[in-house]
Design a protein around this ligand. Structure first.
Ligand SMILES: Cc1ncc(COP(=O)(O)O)c(C=O)c1O
Length: 429
């Protein structure tokens, strides 16, 4: 398409506001024309470095050539049958691959769906079917999706839950450990025990659901001692442990699943986002005996595990092997962490730098205080965009800048993006 024939961002924003409800938020007033690896160009021809990756979806970058080739080849064969009607091999092969990758010394099975929220919904359904229990305990600050059940599990009200209740019953929130904000591992584990004492008896709880690193919640890492303690409580009461890896999975944290770095294996893992490099597919991977609890016909969906998504995901796995992207994830993480720590040394507003693998963030406070600075966070994100760097904020207080750059970005591009970030901070001093 000729660039001259494309409308401006402003013109498209006007059409968007007239045609699309305001509830669908938009961080940047930008319309993309094309993307390649960790860069994209908008409809006006301006180039951006992408440190957001479509919210953790582009670990292999925009339009990875291997992924695009695999999808094109799949398009020439068949695009849809509905796996429950007529099956296809790529679904089975992808299940086999994820079963082999998931931690835990037990047989595994995998179910595919379309979105992260759908994976979480199905993990809860499977846990309930296996245990015959209704209850679920999630954690403060956690994010699990926008459907009514997953909103119930989500531990942050605004903007996600406002006006959408009532949410399903038998869902409770324990404290997520957060040393920076005064919640120790002991406090968090004690809060689980408190729920089991005050709100629901342990024999009616099907599962705990926890993110290995809270994504929307602010990139707080679940400490190993917390996960170990949680699993002990779970085992004592026959409760299942679900790792919600929708954001942490697919190599973001330096291992394929973040929970490979846990001292214990979860019973069920949800996965989505970067699994298929920009194509919609999600899954639940788990203990075979648990996964087999729902009766035939109890699981599925019209588009669940689409052939396009399966072909794309298999190509993503191939790219990880061929380009050694797990090692790259760790290297990118080390580089980002070092750069953000150096920036924190120059800007008192940056009160913490943290992460796991290439899932890295910095948290902003009013200098010399513990007051979250959401306003400065918003201004840094906007300033960086003006200068050609796409960033995202997150966190319960909106004061965390998170980096989800494609792992396929080279060092020169990372350096260029980090320079823009530093210049944006400097410009707002
Ligand atoms: C940890 C986690 N779970 C679930 C979801 C929901 O995924 P989706 O937006 O694909 O429904 C997200 C999305 O950000 C997430 O980060």
């Amino acid at each position: 398409m000729q660039r001259d024939s494309l409308p401006t961002n402003a013109a498209l924003m006007a059409r968007r506001h007239a045609a699309v409800p305001r509830g669908v938020g938009q961080v940047h007033n930008i319309f993309i024309a094309r993307g390649k690896n960790a860069e994209f160009w908008d409809v006006e021809g301006k180039r951006y470095i992408d440190f957001a990756g479509g919210i953790a979806v582009l670990n292999t970058g925009h339009c990875h050539p291997g992924v695009i080739d695999a999808v094109k080849a799949q398009l020439d064969l068949y695009t849809h049958t509905c796996f429950q009607v007529v099956a296809y091999e790529p679904y089975v092969e992808l299940a086999e691959r994820l079963n082999a990758l998931a931690p835990g010394d037990f047989p595994k099975k995998t179910l595919f769906l379309s979105t992260g929220a759908e994976a979480v919904e199905n993990a809860v359904k499977i846990a309930r079917a296996h245990t015959g229990r209704p209850g679920v305990i999630a954690f403060t600050g956690g994010y699990h999706g926008r459907t009514v059940l997953t909103l119930g599990l989500t531990g942050k009200v605004a903007p996600y839950k406002v006006g959408f209740g009532p949410f399903p019953g038998e869902v409770f929130h324990a404290l997520f450990p957060n040393a920076l904000h005064g919640i120790s591992v002991d406090d968090a584990l004690q809060s689980v025990e408190t729920i089991l004492k005050n709100d629901i008896e342990a024999t009616r709880v099907a599962a705990f659901i926890v993110e290995p690193v809270q994504g929307e919640g602010g990139f707080y890492v679940a400490p190993p001692a917390f996960v170990e303690g949680l699993k002990k409580i779970a085992d004592r009461h026959g409760i299942l442990l679900i790792a919600d890896e929708v954001q942490t999975g697919a190599g973001r944290t330096g291992t394929w699943f973040a929970c490979e770095q846990w001292p214990v294996a979860p019973d069920l893992i949800t996965t989505a986002k970067s699994l298929a490099g920009g194509f919609p597919i999600s899954g639940v991977v788990g203990r075979a005996d648990v996964m087999d609890a729902p009766a035939p016909g109890g699981l599925g969906g019209t588009y669940a595990g689409s052939p396009i998504g399966c072909a794309a995901a298999l190509a993503v796995l191939k790219a990880f092997e061929e380009e050694q992207l797990l090692a790259r994830s760790r290297a990118v993480g080390a580089k980002l962490t070092e750069a953000l720590k150096a920036l924190a040394g120059r800007h008192a507003a940056i009160g913490d730098v943290r992460g796991l693998g290439a899932m890295v963030a910095c948290e902003l406070f009013e200098p010399g205080t513990h007051q979250p600075d959401a306003e400065l966070t918003r201004r840094v994100v906007a300033e960086a965009a003006k200068r050609g760097l796409i960033l995202l904020s997150c966190g319960s207080y909106g004061n965390v800048i998170r980096i989800l750059v494609p792992l396929t970005a080279d060092d020169a591009l990372l350096d260029e993006g980090l320079r823009i970030l530093a210049d944006s901070f400097a410009a707002l001093r």
